[in-house]
Design a protein around this ligand. Structure first.
Ligand code: FE2
Length: 298
C-alpha cells in the first residue's frame, strides 16, 4: 500500500473568480467546462481538474487529494488509518461524483491539515489547451505536483504520512531560525510511488492559509520565464526570486496567488529511482537564488 501521487488540491476563497483569472492569465491553466462562479475548476492536463476553488469565508487550503492505484490500495489505506486510531470518513456518491472518482474518504492529519484519499479518477477525452499556449504541465503518473503544508506537530504528522499513507522519505532539510529566538526551520520532504523527488513537504511552522506553497511544474525554463514576466507585468506579489533548489534541483520562483496562497512555478525537477534510494539530510535549501521576500501583510 503506497500513495500514488497528488491528484488534486482544493482551496476555499472569498473570491473564487480571482483564482480563475490568475489561473488562466498568469499560470496558463484551463478552466474546465463545468466550472462555475461558486466552484472554479482549473485543468492542467487530461484530468477533469487539478485545482478546485470553492466560495468560502476564508482564503485557505481545504483539500489535498491523494491518489491510490485501485480499490485494494484504497481499502488498505483506510484500514491502516483505522488501525492507527485515525478518524476517517468514507465519502458518499455525490461527493465522489464531484471529485470525479470512484470512491474517496476524508480525514485530517495530526497537524489538522485536510486529507482526502481516492482511487479511480475519470479522465477527460478532450485535450488540455492552455489559454496562454503553455505546451503542458509535468503531471501524468507524477501527479499534479507537490504541496508543502504546515505541520507544527511535525513528528506525529510525519509518522501519519509514512505509516498510514505509505509515503517514503526523500530529504530532511534543516535551515536556520527565521528570527532570533525562533526554532530552526525543518522541512521533511516525502515521495509517493512516482519519480517526483517530493509530492509532500511538512514544514514545522504554522501558516495562516493552511498551505506553505504548491508547485506548478512546466517542461522548460522559457515557460518559467514567460510566467515570471506575466506575473511581474500584473504586479503579482513575489514570495521568492528565481533560484534552483538543492534537493530536487527544481529551477523556480515563488509568488503569492490570490488569497495569499504560496505558488511555486518551476521546471527541471529531478527524477528519482526509489528502488535504491537513501533518504538525505541537508542544510542547504538552494544552489542559488530564491531570495525570500517578507510576507505580504495587507
Ligand atoms: Fe516546492
Amino acid at each position: 500500500m503506497t500513495v500514488a501521487s497528488l491528484g488534486y488540491v482544493g482551496l476555499s476563497m472569498q473570491d473564487p473568480s480571482a483564482w480563475n483569472e490568475y489561473g488562466n492569465n498568469i499560470l496558463g491553466l484551463m478552466t474546465a467546462a463545468d466550472s462555475s462562479a461558486e466552484r472554479v475548476l482549473l485543468r492542467m492536463d487530461d484530468h477533469p481538474y487539478r485545482l478546485f476553488v470553492e466560495h468560502g469565508d476564508e482564503d485557505k487550503l481545504i483539500s489535498t487529494g491523494w491518489e491510490f492505484a485501485d480499490s485494494g490500495a484504497f481499502e488498505a489505506v483506510i484500514a491502516n488509518m483505522q488501525a492507527a486510531g485515525v478518524d476517517v470518513h468514507r465519502g458518499d456518491a455525490e461527493g465522489a461524483a464531484l471529485r470525479c472518482v470512484t470512491e474517496y474518504a476524508v480525514t485530517v492529519d495530526p497537524s489538522g491539515n485536510p486529507v482526502e484519499v481516492y482511487y479511480g479518477r475519470t479522465n477527460l477525452q478532450d485535450d488540455f489547451v492552455s489559454p496562454l499556449g503553455v505546451d503542458s504541465f509535468v503531471t501524468g503518473d507524477m501527479g499534479m505536483g507537490h504541496v508543502v503544508i504546515p505541520a507544527p506537530n511535525q513528528d506525529q504528522t510525519h509518522e501519519f504520512y509514512k505509516t498510514a499513507m505509505g509515503f517514503g522519505d526523500s530529504d530532511e532539510l534543516i535551515l536556520p531560525p527565521p528570527a532570533e529566538g525562533a526554532p530552526e526551520m525543518r522541512i521533511l520532504f516525502m515521495h509517493a510511488a512516482n519519480q517526483r523527488h517530493h509530492s509532500l513537504g511538512l514544514f514545522n511552522f504554522p501558516s495562516p492559509t493552511g498551505i506553505v506553497h504548491m508547485i506548478f511544474e512546466v517542461p522548460d525554463i522559457d515557460t518559467v520565464g514567460a510566467c515570471l514576466d506575466r506575473a511581474n507585468a500584473a504586479d503579482v506579489p513575489m514570495m521568492a526570486s528565481l533560484g534552483r533548489h538543492e534537493n530536487d534541483n527544481a529551477l523556480s520562483f515563488y509568488m503569492f496567488g490570490p488569497g495569499g496562497i504560496g505558488v511555486e512555478y518551476g521546471c527541471e525537477g529531478k527524477l528519482i529511482d526509489y528502488k535504491n534510494y537513501q533518504a538525505t539530510k541537508s542544510t542547504l535549501g538552494d544552489i542559488w537564488g530564491h531570495d525570500y521576500a517578507p510576507p505580504v501583510t495587507e
